[in-house]
Design a protein. Structure first.
Length: 43
């Protein structure tokens, strides 16, 4: 199926989906996402 990460949210739970999307946007902008990704998933 390839590479990548995913987060499952119960269908219809738009509040949680929005909060996750906002948090992901924030950590991608400030570099936290890349730091964590490189620590745990970089080969």
């Amino acid at each position: 199926f390839g590479t990548g990460l995913g987060i499952a949210v119960r269908q219809g739970n738009t509040e949680l989906q929005q909060k996750l999307n906002t948090a992901l946007e924030k950590v991608k902008k400030d570099g936290t996402y890349e730091t964590i990704y490189n620590k745990w998933f970089q080969k």
